[in-house]
Ligand binder design. Structure first.
Ligand code: GLC
Length: 474
């Protein structure tokens, strides 16, 4: 099969979150199994010179969107069996950041229109275009619109994956014709309209041939208002074409046995390197060098749905367990300030790194004993899987992909790889943190068994890529 994967970010080219990990690793796994796979991305200013030097300029076209007539360059490179295409327009993509610009709606409408207009110029005409999140949500709409007069586009099918339904791409109703270049009928018949606005995610849910989301539990949760952010009625209507597939991980890229960014390598059967990583982390972050004090880590975007209000609520209780706490991430000022303030209170026991750094994240995963992820909602979550690969035992709330990847080792449960709590309640979370620290301190053999379980679990793409293949076949 011929798959074109459209995304707004993909590792190792450009990354702000988990979507980039998926877009960077699922295509490789599909290609290894014999499918022809290409990925198409915006050519952001942030993509390094090193990658740009490997690209070939293929051609340019002009993309028409309403009254706009815009240059659109097409570059490509081939890496590990996958063709990577890059859509060039400096006005839209030479910015200080990937998203959060005043004209994101226009930038990604351009990207979607460009993907459809460039189809005849790609090496292969795809059988399926796999779109991801609101930034690529207009592709199925433009494809339907264009295929009316272009027979060769009519047999292309689309899959849309929801990575997080919270970010829907809402624009004012006046954008339909003037900015999106669509006939008003798309709005009036409700296909792209929601609560009086244009809603790009809804547009894709209504027009894609198949819809997936990134874990089976999240697929079920999306039927409820609490998780669906107002989209539950739309989800109800498209239930027949929706399924949940748990994300895999790039298990080669995230492997403590070979990772070059950590202080010492180790495997599930020989954790001596992990002890060296812990000592190096304590030294690097100014924590007391104590080998028997458990390090609890949080590596996360510091935003509401990650459950940080629970952490704030029982913060002193967590510290009273006698842990060292390491926090890495950036996001909402209230959380950034909270952790900075607490770091001053708990000198030598709390390190707050208010930044984003891939190498520091890996050093934290490898140096920590426990990993806290109390998300309010979590479509899939990759950090809990990375933590497990690196032998940091996860403590998570039972939601979305956390529910599908972390299995409780609490009293009476066999073969668990972490600690879980169900209710979104700070004291329930504190209780399992205490349990986890208790196991670490009181039963090192028991703790090592849980750690071993997580390190040897199969988080590779093999199974999930097979599930995607079934969806494409449909
Ligand atoms: C989004 C979700 C996260 C998921 C990732 C990749 O960032 O919030 O849960 O792991 O996408 O699908």
């Amino acid at each position: 099969m011929n798959i074109l994967f459209a995304a707004s970010e993909a590792a190792p080219f450009c990354k702000t979150g988990g979507l980039a990990d998926v877009a960077g690793s699922l295509p490789l796994s599909l290609a290894q199994n014999g499918d022809r796979v290409a990925v198409i991305l915006p050519l952001y200013h942030q993509i390094s010179r090193e990658w740009r030097d490997k690209m070939t300029f293929l051609r340019y076209i002009y993309v028409d969107l309403s009254w706009r007539h815009q240059y659109c360059g097409l570059f490509s490179l081939t890496d590990q069996g996958v063709t990577w295409y890059f859509v060039d327009n400096e006005q839209y993509f030479k910015r200080d950041r990937l998203y959060g610009e005043y004209d994101d709606g226009e930038r990604f409408a351009f990207f979607c229109r460009a993907v459809v207009d460039l189809l005849p110029w790609l090496n292969d005409m795809p059988d399926v275009i796999h779109c991801n999140d609101w930034q690529t949500a207009l592709i199925p709409v433009y494809l339907h619109d264009t295929a009316v007069c272009h027979e060769d586009l009519r047999c292309i099918k689309t899959v849309f994956t929801i990575h997080n339904i919270e970010y829907q791409g809402r624009l004012g109703a006046e954008t339909v014709e003037d900015l999106l270049g669509l006939h008003r009928g798309w709005f009036d018949d409700g296909t792209i309209a929601m609560d009086g606005d244009v809603n790009l995610m809804k547009a894709a849910l209504m027009t894609a041939d198949q819809v997936t989301t990134v874990s089976p539990t999240y697929a079920r949760q999306l039927h409820h208002g609490y998780y669906a952010h107002g989209m539950e009625s739309v989800i109800g209507r498209i239930d027949g074409k929706l399924c949940g597939i748990l994300n895999g991980l790039d298990t080669v890229g995230y492997d403590p046995a070979h990772d070059q960014t950590i202080c010492a390598n180790y495997t599930a059967d020989d954790l001596s390197g992990k002890a060296a990583c812990k000592e190096a982390l304590q030294k690097k972050l100014g924590l007391a060098v104590e080998k028997d004090t458990p390090i609890l880590a949080i590596v996360s975007r510091l935003v509401g749905h990650k459950g940080l209000d629970l952490v704030c609520q029982v913060f002193d209780g967590i510290m009273s367990c006698g842990v060292q706490l390491v926090v890495l991430g950036q996001g909402e000022p209230q959380y950034e300030d909270f952790f900075r303030y607490q770091a001053a209170r708990y000198k030598g026991r709390l390190a707050a790194c208010i930044t984003y750094s891939d190498s520091l994240a890996r050093q934290i995963y490898s140096g920590s004993d426990l990993f806290l992820m109390p998300s309010k909602s979590e479509p899939c979550g990759l950090s809990q899987m990375i933590a497990m690969r690196y032998g940091a035992v996860p403590i998570v709330r039972q939601t979305g992909g956390l529910n599908d990847s972390v299995h409780s080792c609490q009293v009476g449960q066999e073969g668990g790889n972490g600690f879980v709590f169900a209710d979104y309640n700070a004291f329930d979370m504190l209780h399992v943190v205490e349990q986890a620290v208790g196991l670490y301190r009181g039963d090192r053999i028991g703790f090592a068994a849980v750690q071993h379980c997580g390190m040897t679990d199969d988080f590779s793409w093999t199974k999930s890529a097979e599930e995607y293949r079934k969806v494409y076949k449909k």
